[in-house]
Design a protein around this ligand. Structure first.
Ligand SMILES: Nc1ncnc2c1ncn2[C@@H]1O[C@H](COP(=O)(O)OP(=O)(O)OP(=O)(O)O)[C@@H](O)[C@H]1O
Length: 294
C-alpha cells in the first residue's frame, strides 16, 4: 500500500516504440518518484516520442507506462488531466495579454468558478514572476517571458507532473537561470520531467537523469555518477594551426577549441595511446561526458 506523498510515481516498464518498421525506442524502463528528472539525448534520439507516450498522447508499441497507478493507455483521459506538457514549440495568442490568455486556459480546462480561475491566475503569475507584465500584450514579450508564460499555462490546471521540452533553448543566460529557478521551485510540489540535449540543463536542475542512445537507456543515475564513469583522461593542449588540429581530431575526440594569440587551445578526450605532445589533465565536466558517451 502506497502512502500519501509517494503517489506521484511514474513507472515506465519495457517500453518500445516503432513508427511502421522504424524502431525508435527499445526496452525503456525507469521510474521516478519526486523532484526533477532529466531525459538527455542527442537530436533524434527519441525524447519527444517518449514524452508523448508519458503524456498519453501516443501509445507505446509494447510495454507499459503508469502514472499515479493509472495506465497511460487505459486511463489516457485521467492521465492527461494530471500531466502538463510544454513542448518546445508551443503557441500563445499574441493579441491577448497574459491575464486574458490564462483566463482562457482556465475556462478551457474548466478549473473552477470565475473566482477560482482568478485566484489561480494570480498564483501562477506570481510563481512565474510575470505579474508586472500581466496586462501587456504577449506579442511584446521577450523569448524568456514567453517561455515562462508557457509554463504558467501548463500550471493553470495544477497538474501533478510537468513535462518540459528544451526549456532553455534560445534564451539568454539570465533567462536560462530564471527558468531553472522556476522549475526547481515547482519541483518542490510536483514531479518534473525535463527533456533536453543540453547537459547544462541537466547539471543545473536534475537530481537523476537517463541518457538515451541507440534507442535504449545508456545511463541512468546522477550527474556525478555519469562523470565518474569516464575512463579516459580529459586533457588540454595547444596546437599551432588548423593542420595540427585536424591531425589531433582524427585520433581523439575533440571537445572544444579556442583560438588564442599563441595558438589554438584544444580540449580533448585521450584514447589508449600515450600522446607524444605536452598536455595538462583537467577535471571532466558534463560536456566532456556527453561527447565521451555519445
Ligand atoms: N510520427 C512519427 N512518424 C514517423 N517517425 C517519427 C514520428 N515521430 C518521430 N519519428 C522519428 O523518431 C525518431 C525520434 O524522434 P524524436 O522527435 O522523438 O527525437 P528527439 O530526441 O525528440 O529529437 P529532437 O531533440 O531533435 O527533438 C526520429 O528519427 C523521427 O524521425
Amino acid at each position: 500500500m502506497r502512502q500519501e506523498g509517494t503517489m506521484k510515481q511514474l513507472e515506465i516498464s519495457n517500453v518500445s516504440k516503432s513508427f511502421r518498421k522504424n524502431e525508435v525506442l527499445k526496452n525503456i524502463s525507469f521510474s521516478v518518484d519526486t523532484g526533477t528528472f532529466g531525459i538527455l539525448g542527442n537530436h533524434g534520439s527519441g525524447k519527444t516520442t517518449l514524452m508523448n507516450m508519458i503524456s498519453a498522447l501516443t501509445k507505446p508499441s509494447t510495454g507499459m507506462i503508469r502514472f499515479n497507478d493509472l495506465d497511460t493507455v487505459e486511463d489516457a483521459i485521467k492521465v492527461k488531466e494530471l500531466v502538463g506538457y510544454l513542448p518546445q514549440d508551443f503557441s500563445l495568442y499574441d493579441e491577448l495579454n497574459a491575464y486574458e490568455m490564462l483566463g482562457y486556459i482556465g475556462k478551457l480546462n474548466r478549473i473552477g468558478t470565475r473566482k477560482g480561475i482568478e485566484e489561480r491566475i494570480e498564483h501562477v503569475l506570481e510563481l512565474t514572476t510575470l505579474r508586472g507584465a500581466a496586462y501587456r500584450k504577449i506579442g511584446a514579450y521577450s523569448p524568456g517571458m514567453r517561455r515562462r508564460l508557457g509554463i504558467a499555462t501548463v500550471l493553470m490546471k495544477d497538474p501533478q507532473m510537468i513535462i518540459v521540452d528544451e526549456p532553455t533553448a534560445g534564451l539568454d543566460p539570465l533567462e536560462q537561470v530564471r527558468i531553472r529557478t522556476l522549475l526547481t521551485t515547482i519541483a518542490e510540489h510536483k514531479l518534473i520531467l525535463l527533456s533536453t540535449h543540453r547537459v547544462d540543463d541537466i547539471a543545473a536542475v536534475c537530481e537523476q537523469f537517463i541518457f538515451i542512445k541507440n534507442k535504449t537507456i545508456d545511463f541512468q543515475g546522477t550527474p556525478a555518477e555519469w562523470l565518474s564513469g569516464i575512463q579516459n583522461p580529459v586533457i588540454e593542449t595547444k596546437v599551432e594551426g588548423t593542420h595540427q588540429l585536424n591531425i589531433l581530431a582524427r585520433e581523439f575526440k575533440v571537445i572544444s577549441m579556442k583560438q588564442m594569440q599563441e595558438g589554438i587551445h584544444v580540449r580533448l578526450i585521450l584514447g589508449n595511446r600515450t600522446p607524444d605532445f605536452q598536455y595538462t589533465i583537467v577535471e571532466p565536466d558534463l560536456e566532456d561526458a556527453l561527447l565521451y558517451y555519445s
